[in-house]
Design a protein around this ligand. Structure first.
Ligand SMILES: [Fe+2]
Ligand SMILES: [Fe+2]
Length: 309
């Protein structure tokens, strides 16, 4: 089975990012994969996400999406004050938008395509990528300074990613009403594990592909710019997610985004692939060259391929 992967389209970041999406769709028509997966970070604006997904409307393959941290931002303080939050986007607006545009919302609907299982999640981070985390809530200690870029990134999530604690809000307390990142990450790990168990109960599903936005292994950071950002690494992913994935023997391949650097490595028995577009404003290459380098095409051996051998 031929699969194509991309992440971090960031169509709101620059005109070049916006214009790249139709180019990606053109290239995919030539590649003609059986499944195409986008691992998050299209845009915080739902209209932009709709534009990007619609660009792939002429592709006849199975198309799947998992959201990234920027897709679940609620970019308006007044909307946040009215109670709109990231869960609303994650569980309601984004799935609806996917279905309307021919994409499977993979984090809501695990799939089986020709005997291969697919499951997905945004992932999230729980500070387990750093050892020197605060003992009580997992947040990094104040001693470790983050570089400017990292501070901006972290600040953006702190401001716009709002996973509300509905129970506390209902009790009418003074807040804070946002759930801690550690708790958010733990919930997403549990939800994904349930989906994996569902797939494992389906007869004939011997192999499972997992699509995430946030990386599940710190090994993905080795040799990347992100790895040089020190404390910033805390906000990149969750080792507990990786540990959970390793417990499920049928998971062979993990796709993720968020890093903005291409990766294709092996950890234990898992193949891990990141295939981002990233921020293109300063990129001087032609669109076709960027599209070619952003897309990853890979193959999975399935039953009938093995018989042909
Ligand atoms: Fe991104
Ligand atoms: Fe991201």
């Amino acid at each position: 089975m031929r699969l194509a992967l991309v992440s971090d389209l960031h169509v709101d970041i620059s005109q070049r990012n916006w214009e790249l999406v139709p180019q990606l769709a053109e290239l995919l028509k030539i590649i003609d994969p059986e499944a195409f997966i986008i691992c998050g970070d299209i845009s915080p604006e739902l209209g932009d996400v709709e534009y990007a997904l619609d660009c792939f409307s002429s592709l006849s393959c199975v198309k799947m999406f998992v959201p990234g941290n920027q897709d679940i931002w609620v970019l308006s303080e007044s909307m946040q004050e009215q109670g709109h939050d990231s869960y609303e986007k994650y569980f309601f607006h984004l799935p609806r938008l996917c279905r309307r545009n021919g994409f499977v919302p993979l984090w809501m609907e695990p799939q089986v395509i020709r005997g291969i299982g697919f499951a997905g999640s945004i992932g999230w981070y729980d500070f387990t990528f750093r050892e020197d985390r605060h003992p009580e809530d997992g947040r990094p200690g104040p001693a470790a300074a983050a570089p400017d870029d990292a501070e901006n990134h972290v600040w953006n999530d702190l401001r716009w990613a709002c996973w509300n604690d509905l129970a506390s809000m209902m009790e009418g307390g003074l807040g804070p009403f946002r759930r801690p990142d550690v708790e958010v990450a733990r919930d997403f790990i549990a939800r994904l594990e349930q989906d994996l168990q569902t797939l494992e109960r389906i007869p004939g599903v011997e192999e499972i592909v997992v699509a995430l936005h946030h990386p599940p292994f710190p090994q993905l950071l080795e040799g990347t710019v992100a790895a040089r950002l020190g404390e910033y690494c805390s906000f990149l992913g969750s080792q507990d997610m990786g540990k959970m994935l390793l417990l499920h023997n049928r998971v062979t391949t993990v796709l993720c985004g968020h890093l903005h650097e291409r990766r294709d490595i092996t950890v234990d028995r898992l193949r891990l692939i990141c295939s981002p577009v990233g921020y293109l404003a300063e990129d001087r290459r032609r669109n076709l060259a960027i599209a070619e380098s952003a897309l990853t095409v890979f193959h999975l051996l399935e039953g009938e391929d093995l018989l042909l051998l």
